[in-house]
Structure formats: structure tokens, C-alpha cells
Ligand binder design. Structure first.
Ligand code: ADE
Length: 255
């Protein structure tokens, strides 16, 4: 897969894509990320890419032409069709489902805005989709582009080792992950749950599923509405709720 990022800070993208799973995916050739700077396509001695907004107000707006010429160059660099995604707090929020859809594409162009935004006419003419990574405002689209690249990279076949894939699986069904523990078994902060030491794989899988369901119920009940729960899942969640209520009843119980 190929991702082209149109940004005033290509070094930022290059740097952030250099670590961990994304860095390895790039090294293994599972993913290619290219940065493009619209300033390189701007006219004049100052290579201006932004100007004051019509109608007044604070901040600067990114101009049409440097972005448009840059996008033409990006498209010409590879024949594969590439939808343009503009990272913006006005887009629909990114979800794992959306990430999965994007990860299956051959090519994507991510457009990062800066300052107050991008001239609306450029968005209307060139952008296929807008995407937000959450309900807050960043100073530019670059951190959001890095988030999108990371989430896509780890879904490329061969990007994750076996250990990491297992974690991913538990996420794929729209539930939060269960808690994890490692050595030492006994610590001043507490003991590892007995079931994880039992060697009973069926019991461990049952416990993990129950914890995932319970955590999702406690922390993100909105996700439970969307998740397709089997009758066995419903029974596990009911068991978790009972245990949780019982723990709350205990004099010094801390669920
Ligand atoms: N640019 C600025 N804020 C953003 C956000 N929340 N998501 C995506 N791009 C952005």
C-alpha cells in the first residue's frame, strides 16, 4: 500500500513513521509513505502557501493553487487511483471499521491543513472524504495523519508479530481489551489473577472474554450497543455484572 501525505511538515511525518510497527512495515516494504510539501509548488520568491481570510478574522487560510499543483504532482507519481482524505475536526470520527476499510486500499492521499484551514473551494474540488480523529482541535492535520498511518500499517499483512496479532484480534469485535499481567506474580501492588496462572486455556479464554465485556460495559457502554454479542457473551456479561455488584456490596470490596 502507498500513502502520500500533503503537508507543510513532511519531516514530521517521516520522523513519526520511523518507529515500531510502522517503521518495520516501511522497512519490509509492506507500506510506502511519501511526504509532499505544497510550498515546493508555490509561486514567487516567498513561496507563499497561505493568506488572510476574506471577511476578516484571525489566522491564515491555505491557498488553493499550491495545494492543487501539489496534488497533481502526487497523482502523477503513481497510476493507482487515490482518494484524497482531508484530516479535519469537521469530518466523521475515525473508527476501527473505517481503518479496516482504508487499509484495504491500494493507495491514499492524506491532506493536512494548517492555520485556520484550507480554502473551501479546494476542499470541494479535490477532497473525497474528511476524517477527524476526535472531538478536539489540533494545530494541524499532521498528528491525525500519523494516527491514520499507524492504524493502517498494523493491519497490513505481516506487519505484526504473532504476539501482537492476538491482541489485535480481541479488538476486532468492537470491545475493549481485557487487562494484561506479567511477572512478578506477587507484588506490593497486588497478585496476578489466579485463573491466568492455572494453565487452563479454556478458563483463561473465558475470563478474558468476560473482562473484555465487563470493561466495555463499565467504560464504553455505547460500544456494547454496536457489538454483536452471542448468547454466551450475554451470559458472561451477566456473570461479570453479578460479580461486580457483589464486590460493591463487600465492606472493603474494590471492584
Ligand atoms: N485537524 C485539526 N484537528 C483535527 C482533528 N481533531 N482530527 C483530524 N484532523 C484535525
Amino acid at each position: 500500500m502507498r500513502i502520500d501525505v500533503v503537508t507543510l511538515f513532511p519531516d514530521y511525518i517521516r520522523y513519526c513513521a520511523g518507529f515500531g510497527v510502522v517503521g518495520r512495515a516501511l522497512e519490509r516494504g509492506l507500506l510506502a509513505v511519501h511526504g509532499w510539501n505544497p510550498r515546493d509548488y508555490a509561486e514567487g520568491n516567498y513561496r507563499r502557501v497561505d493568506d488572510r481570510p476574506f471577511g476578516g478574522g484571525p489566522g491564515m487560510v491555505m491557498m488553493i493553487d499550491p495545494l492543487r499543483t501539489c496534488l497533481q504532482a502526487v497523482r502523477a507519481a503513481d497510476p493507482a487511483p487515490a482518494p484524497v482524505i482531508y484530516l479535519s475536526p469537521q469530518g466523521p470520527r475515525l473508527t476501527q471499521r473505517k481503518v479496516r476499510e482504508l487499509a484495504g486500499r491500494e493507495r491514499l492521499i492524506l491532506l493536512c491543513g494548517r492555520y485556520e484551514g484550507v480554502d473551501e473551494r479546494l476542499i470541494q474540488a479535490e477532497v473525497d472524504e474528511e476524517l477527524s480523529i476526535g472531538d478536539y482541535v489540533l494545530s494541524g492535520g499532521e498528528p491525525a495523519a500519523v494516527v491514520v498511518i499507524d492504524a493502517i500499517a498494523r493491519l497490513q499483512e505481516g506487519a505484526l508479530g504473532d504476539a501482537e496479532s492476538a491482541v489485535q484480534d480481541s479488538f476486532e469485535d468492537g470491545l475493549l481489551d481485557c487487562p494484561h499481567y506479567t511477572r512478578p506474580v506477587e507484588h506490593a501492588l497486588g497478585r496476578v489473577p489466579e485463573v491466568l496462572l492455572s494453565g487452563n486455556h479454556a478458563e483463561i479464554a473465558r475470563w478474558r472474554r468476560m473482562e473484555a465485556l465487563g470493561r466495555t460495559w463499565l467504560r464504553r457502554p455505547d460500544l456494547l450497543d454496536e457489538a454483536r454479542l452471542s448468547p454466551a457473551d450475554r451470559a458472561l456479561l451477566e456473570a461479570f455484572r453479578r460479580q461486580y455488584a457483589a464486590a460493591l456490596e463487600e465492606p472493603d470490596g474494590d471492584a
